[in-house]
Every structure is written in structure tokens, then in C-alpha cells.
Design a protein around this ligand. Structure first.
Ligand code: DAT
Ligand code: MG
Length: 140
């Protein structure tokens, strides 16, 4: 069975959308197999966002992601990696399609930070890597 890593980012938690995000996952029919509220540290984010370390926006991304608690979850179901990416919408919330989480709930707040509510692994390989980082003791 396919699995992917979901994060409700600090803006999503602060704005009270944990329930809304989980509601959409449950309504769509996927199963939550692990979940935790935590403030990620720098080491975890360096590993999680390894592909982005050194990019111009990386310091702002880390500042945003360590600004408060996130909800991390592992969800499961056939083709859940691609489904969750579709449910999130594109990275830039301003352009994300209505009906998606980012399109319905996100916007540019003019503070230079890309606050787009949620994360989802972009492939099965990324999902396996990210799940091992966030939930190292979760049985496969
Ligand atoms: P996604 O979160 O849609 O998978 P990504 O993996 O390319 O997008 O980037 C991870 C996060 O980094 C993204 O959610 C917001 C931030 N980010 C990406 N590209 C950015 C850019 N050009 N400027 C500012 N922030 C960016
Ligand atoms: Mg990504």
C-alpha cells in the first residue's frame, strides 16, 4: 500500500486548519497511520528539504518552518502520493487552483515568506525518505 508524508505547516496550525486538512484526507478515503504535533528543528529541516539547502529562499523557509508547531502525519492508500499532491495544489498559493487546500485557504501575505499550509512528498522515493526522517520508528 502506498504512503506519503503530510505536514500541516506552522501557518496551517496557527490558523486553525488542522481539522480541515485532516477532514479532507478522511473524506477522500485515505487512512492516517501515524500523526504527531511537534516543532521541527534545524537538523530535521536540513534533511527534509535537502534539495533546497543553499537556495536563496532556504533561510526564510527554515525560519517559517521553525516558527511554531507542525502536524506531521503519514497517510496510506492506493496512489496516495499523487492524490495528496493534487489535493494540496501548486506551491504558490496565489496561483493554486480553487478546490485545492492551497487554492482555497492560502494566499500571499506580503511578508516574503511562502506560507502554503501543507507539505506532501513529491514521489514514492521522497515519501519513503521523508517518512523515515519524521517517523523513524514507524513499522513499514
Ligand atoms: P512543494 O512544497 O510544493 O513541494 P518545493 O518542494 O519546490 O514545493 O518547495 C518547498 C517549499 O519551499 C515550498 O512549499 C515553499 C518554499 N519555496 C519553494 N520554492 C520557493 C521560491 N521560489 N521562493 C520562495 N519559497 C519557495
Ligand atoms: Mg516539495
Amino acid at each position: 500500500m502506498d504512503r506519503t508524508l503530510v505536514l500541516v505547516k506552522p501557518d496551517g496550525v496557527a490558523r486553525g486548519y488542522v481539522g480541515e486538512v485532516l477532514r479532507r484526507i478522511e473524506a477522500k478515503g485515505y487512512t492516517i497511520v501515524a500523526m504527531e504535533l511537534r516543532v521541527p528543528d534545524r537538523a530535521l529541516l536540513d534533511a527534509h528539504y535537502a534539495e533546497h539547502v543553499g537556495k536563496p529562499f532556504f533561510p526564510d523557509l527554515v525560519a517559517f518552518m521553525t516558527s511554531g508547531p507542525v502536524v506531521a502525519a503519514v497517510i496510506e492508500g492506493q496512489r496516495v502520493v499523487e492524490a495528496w499532491r493534487a489535493m494540496m495544489g501548486t506551491t504558490d498559493a496565489t496561483k493554486a487552483a480553487p478546490g485545492t487546500i492551497r487554492g482555497d485557504l492560502g494566499r500571499d501575505w506580503g511578508n516574503g515568506s511562502t506560507e502554503n499550509l501543507v507539505h506532501g512528498s513529491d514521489s514514492s522515493e521522497s515519501a519513503a525518505r521523508e517518512i523515515a526522517l519524521w517517523f523513524p520508528t514507524l513499522p513499514g
